[in-house]
Write a protein that binds this ligand. Structure first.
Ligand code: SF4
Ligand code: SF4
Length: 76
């Protein structure tokens, strides 16, 4: 399985939960901030994403969308 995640930068508050819970260490907090001044989560190693959606489940602000595919070409 391969996956792809998209973080809504304006919903993200930089709490880091998704970074901590991702089992594949895909995510990181960027130095870049959103309009509220929060550091935003982003994919550091998108190639490792399985689309398990744990990050989306733990995000308290529902800021993450996940796509999962059996075919890596479809996921990208
Ligand atoms: S979908 Fe799973 S593997 Fe991909 S970034 Fe989220 S927690 Fe990590
Ligand atoms: S869990 Fe949600 S709010 Fe927290 S850093 Fe990740 S995307 Fe942002």
């Amino acid at each position: 399985m391969t996956g792809r995640v998209v973080v809504d930068r304006e919903l993200c508050k930089g709490c880091g939960l998704c970074v901590s819970f991702c089992p594949r260490e895909v995510l990181e907090l960027a130095s870049e901030v959103n309009s509220k001044g929060y550091r935003i989560a982003r994919s550091r190693h998108p190639e490792n994403c399985t689309g398990c959606a744990i990050c989306a489940l733990v995000c308290p602000d529902i800021a993450i969308m996940v796509w999962q595919s059996k075919d890596s070409k479809e996921a990208m």
